[in-house]
Design a protein around this ligand. Structure first.
Ligand code: HSE
Length: 293
């Protein structure tokens, strides 16, 4: 049996649209074993217990690449990453399926080949890279081949995710984006990405909060996130060191220097119409873990 553990991830991190991603210490666990001529999927709603399941589709993508015949398969999913909330749940499913297939079917694909396949399935690399390699990653796609580099993050930096009880679709969130941006906005974001990465490494909270600003996506998308302004005000009034939309939302992420922040905002959040769950998180430095049981 193969066990694959995949971290959640937060993509974009303010100015780094479709580029930056960070792995978080919240995990989905997938197990794979051969099964007699049947597909069995456990641990997800009934509507996903079939051949359209993203974990299964990703598994089969690799099986086909390897030229292996899969007669039957049992997949168990232990899911802790909330679905459609901007915390990399679909990338976790893809990475789980891709790494599960390579391990169960005795594949010899390299880490980079597995990364390439996972990005091909997902369409962009910013959640896939941290889910595989851990830490903060910056990714590019050059001539259809993805590349990534990993940055350090200071130990004092913690995360407080506010996860609402409604979903948003990445497809809808991408449709709201402009097709062109001004030179000024491009410079605004490029400069901040460079400064943000070093500030995260040094734990420079002052520069983190300034360099997290963005002009390319958050302003357009916040219309999809109910109570965005109210939550932003609560967080900023209570000392958030950095506030940004996690991936395409709707989770709103805070960078904090102390988990006391969560106690400070708890009561204010209960006055809102939607339920916002508070999750305290740290960076995961390791990325995907493959175990043969
Ligand atoms: N970079 C992506 C976006 C992340 O913001 O649309 C979500 O998949």
């Amino acid at each position: 049996m193969i066990k694959i553990t995949v971290p959640a991830s937060t993509a974009n991190i303010g100015p780094g649209f479709d580029t930056l991603g960070l792995a978080l210490n919240l995990y989905n666990i997938y197990t794979f074993e051969e099964y007699n001529n049947k597909l069995i999927i456990e641990g997800c709603p009934d509507e996903f217990k079939n051949e359209n399941n993203l974990v299964y589709k990703s598994f089969m993508y690799v099986a086909n690449e390897l030229g292996k015949n899969v007669k039957g398969l049992k997949i168990k999913i232990d899911s802790n990453i909330p679905v459609s909330r901007g915390l990399g749940s679909s990338s976790a499913c893809i990475v789980g399926g891709v790494f599960g297939a390579n391990a169960l079917l005795d594949g010899n694909l390299s880490l980079h080949e597995l990364f390439e396949i996972a990005v091909k399935i997902e369409g962009h690399p910013d959640n896939i890279a941290p889910a595989i390699f851990g830490g903060i990653t910056a990714s590019i796609v050059d001539d259809n081949v993805p590349y990534y580099t990993k940055y350090k993050i200071h130990d004092d930096i913690k995360f407080c995710a506010l996860i609402p009880n409604f979903e948003t679709s990445t497809y809808q969130a991408r449709k709201l984006l402009p097709t062109e941006v001004s030179f000024e906005d491009a410079i605004f974001n490029i400069s901040r990405v460079a400064v943000l990465l070093k500030s995260l490494e040094k734990g420079d909270f002052n520069l983190i909060s300034k360099s997290l600003k963005d002009t390319l996506h958050q302003e357009y998308r916040k219309t999809l996130i109910y109570e965005y302004e109210k939550v932003e005000k609560i967080c900023k009034d209570n000392g958030s060191k950095g506030f940004f939309v996690s991936g395409s939302g709707p989770t709103l992420m805070n960078i904090v220097d102390s988990y006391n922040f969560a106690l400070d905002i708890e009561d204010c959040l209960t006055t809102l119409d939607y339920k916002w769950e508070i999750k305290l998180l740290e960076a995961d430095e390791n990325g995907v873990k493959v175990e043969i049981l």
